[in-house]
Design a protein. Structure first.
Length: 345
């Protein structure tokens, strides 16, 4: 029977995933048996396989053999730490080397801790529990820092980080980036009629509807103001953004929420402003466009298009297109509720 170290219950309740990487299958088996009740254990026997599993499984902890043929533990650790999506995964080196110099180079490569071979169960379990505890706390802090507590979608801070990153990617790839501002119509009247707690419930329902309309894993929905949401769609052209805007209008309409603050037959609706930026080829220019300026132009376009949607009657979407550093209105064939406009700014 496994020694009662007091952490088994909390660790397994959290359902952590632990990746063990060692080119010696016997060593992998020994470690896996020691840790099987602390989480879901997955294994890799070389560096390339380890990197693939890190990307697909997103483990909470990696136990990494430093000496492996091919891609060794240091190279694996450095690659992991250079990837912003994976850098938060803690790495514990497992090695037969005892020298202080070797340990220091492990920490320099980004390791969180060190275990020397031959391994003993109590020590391995104690070190793994400590790292899992820290990981759980840092995950929770990250969630609090990036999530809107009322609706559960991303918050303004997360949006600000991601729009900068997506613009930099769009500049390198030449692919368009779409931004939508989604604003609940006559929400002040909703709050006045039903009260603030009901208004909060309406915000939550609209957040779910907007998120359901955004179907790609990379799509980001954020609440960036009181009753305003932003949607960031990477690699998305104006016609494709139009499709998503139409789905958002339909998803909110399908909520079928009465809005008696406006009229007996009225239902909650949203207005959508779409801005799209294309920076194709600009990364190669001697003076590529300043990304902060481009971000401001994209935000201003989506805002102007939202204003146009509100001004022309609400419960509709309008669009503007930003190309390079210039801004051009684009007129697309409209449907009954996706009414495209050049906007006037
Ligand atoms: N319940 C609730 N209401 C909020 C929250 N944040 C902002 N609001 C309200 O949202 C309302 C926004 O009203 P306005 O900016 O006047 O816009 P509107 O009434 O939606 O009118 P249009 O945008 O022109 O359709 C205000 O009454 C705010 O008090 C929130 O977190 N919860």
């Amino acid at each position: 029977m496994r020694p009662n170290d007091g952490a088994t219950v909390s660790a397994s309740l959290w359902n952590a995933t632990i990746l063990i990487v060692d080119d010696d299958p016997g060593a992998v088996q020994v470690l896996a048996r020691m840790l099987e009740d602390l989480g879901d254990v997955c294994v890799a026997t070389d560096g390339q396989e380890a990197l693939r599993l890190m990307a697909s499984q997103r483990p909470d902890l990696v136990l990494l053999d430093a000496d492996m043929p091919g891609l060794n533990g240091f190279a694996v650790c450095e690659t992991l730490k250079a990837d912003p999506e994976l850098a938060d995964i803690p790495v514990v080196f497992v090695t037969a080397h005892h020298s202080a110099e070797f340990e220091v180079s492990g920490f320099d490569a980004g390791a969180a801790d060190y275990i020397t071979k031959p391994v003993t169960a109590p020590l391995v379990r104690a070190r793994v529990r400590t790292q899992l505890r820290i990981k759980r706390l840092s995950d929770e802090l990250r969630r609090i820092a990036t999530e809107d507590p009322l609706t559960g979608v991303a918050n303004r801070r997360r949006f600000d980080t991601l729009i900068r990153r997506e613009l930099a990617i769009a500049q390198r790839s030449g692919q368009p980036l779409a931004l939508m501002m989604v604003d609940i119509d006559q929400f002040k009247a909703y709050n006045d009629h039903y009260g603030h707690p009901a208004g909060d419930g309406c915000l939550r329902a609209v957040a779910v509807a907007v998120a359901s309309a955004c179907q790609r894993p990379a799509d980001l929905v954020a609440r960036i103001g009181g009753e305003e949401f932003a949607v960031l769609l990477a690699q998305t052209s104006l016609p494709a953004a139009a499709t998503v805007a139409g789905r958002i209008l339909d998803a909110v309409a399908a909520l079928d929420l009465p809005h008696h603050g406006v009229g007996a037959q009225a239902r909650v609706s949203v207005s959508v402003g779409v801005g799209v930026v294309t920076l194709a080829g600009t990364a190669l220019l001697a003076h590529p466009p300043d990304l902060a300026g481009t971000m401001d132009a994209l935000l201003a376009s989506a805002d102007a298009a939202l204003y146009e949607a509100k001004r022309s009657g609400r419960n509709r979407a309008c669009a503007l297109h930003v190309a390079g550093e210039g801004r051009h209105g684009v007129l697309l064939p409209g449907t009954d509720r996706v009414a495209w406009s050049t906007g006037t700014t």
